[in-house]
Design a protein around this ligand. Structure first.
Ligand SMILES: [Zn+2]
Length: 304
């Protein structure tokens, strides 16, 4: 089996300024790790097309998109305390959204429609709301992917988010949409403060807030237990993984204790649970470059 890595060179052009943890070197570290010789036979590389406006408008308002474009063309600006546009951020955000669309297309086109792909996104997306950038995120890549898949005929889409931060943007965008189920394991209390277990949407939201420092097996088990609850009597046509690697032990922005082997275990367990549905990994956070690279490798290797 092979998996497809969908990427775009413009994803490295976004800069939020010196010293910002969401830095261009992140995508370099991920792509370099995936280009190591041992994965060569397992991976197909595809350069994405930037996302078109119609795909973005399934998630964000035209007013918001237009405002981002104008701000980008003016050289950028500060959208919230830690979410800053530079002169090339809009180009990077369109490229980032394009990688998830390309990855969904590749996965749906895989053997029997059950292929796998990894979208090497940057900037990340799971904090972005319909009309608000926050938490380093401008466009909600994973929801753009879900809506694109729905437009292509997928009736049910499962999103599993193991980034150490709650995917508040994803939840807000899908919580009234019974065609999408959202499962999130995240540190609590922690940024952005949402993601309590009693936030259930229309019964389609499954939050697993957990304190830092638990044994890694506990996090592994608790996410899969929530996924099993989401899958009870409900078969998705596509699994999207919001794959943040800031949940690995040692990340400067999180306190979880996971190791790259746990990422591999999750990926394999999730694939098995949704089979024969296609699976797409979407890069979210991860702020220590060596851990980010190791986590992405473990995830992509298990996708292949
Ligand atoms: Zn994160």
């Amino acid at each position: 089996m092979t998996t497809t890595v969908v990427w775009h060179p413009a994803t490295r052009l976004h800069s939020a300024g010196a010293g910002h943890p969401e830095r261009p070197q992140r995508i370099d570290a991920v792509l370099e790790a995936l280009r190591l010789p041992d994965l060569k036979e397992s991976l197909v590389w595809v350069e994405a097309m930037p996302a078109d406006w119609a795909a973005l408008e399934r998630v964000h308002s035209a007013r918001y998109l237009g405002a981002l474009e104008v701000l980008g063309n003016q050289g950028g600006g500060t959208l919230d305390a830690d979410t800053i546009m530079g002169p090339h951020t809009w180009q990077a955000a369109l490229a980032s959204a394009g990688t998830v669309i390309g990855a969904v297309d590749r996965a749906l086109a895989g053997p029997g429609g059950g292929g796998t792909a990894f979208a090497a996104t940057r900037p990340p997306g799971h904090h972005a709301l319909a009309e608000r950038a926050m938490g380093f995120c401008f466009l909600n890549n994973v929801v753009i992917a879900a809506r694109h898949a729905r437009a292509r005929g997928a009736e049910r889409v499962l999103i599993v988010d193991w980034d150490v931060h709650h995917g508040n943007g994803t939840q807000a965008l899908v919580q009234a949409d019974a065609a999408v189920r959202f499962v999130s394991l995240h540190q609590s209390p922690w940024y952005p403060g949402t993601g309590a277990a009693d936030e259930r949407g229309v019964g389609n939201v499954f939050n697993v807030p957990r304190p830092p420092g638990l044994p890694r097996q506990t996090y592994v088990r608790d996410l899969l237990t929530a996924v099993d609850a989401a899958l009870a009597g409900w078969r998705p046509d596509l699994l999207l993984v919001s794959a943040g690697f800031d949940s690995l032990a040692g990340d400067p922005l999180g306190g979880f204790t996971l190791e790259p082997e746990d990422i591999a275990e999750w990926t394999a367990a999730l694939r098995e649970r949704v089979a024969p549905a296609p699976v797409v990994g979407v890069l979210e956070g991860g702020y220590r470059l060596d851990l980010l690279a190791a986590g992405a490798r473990a995830h992509v290797r298990a996708l292949a």
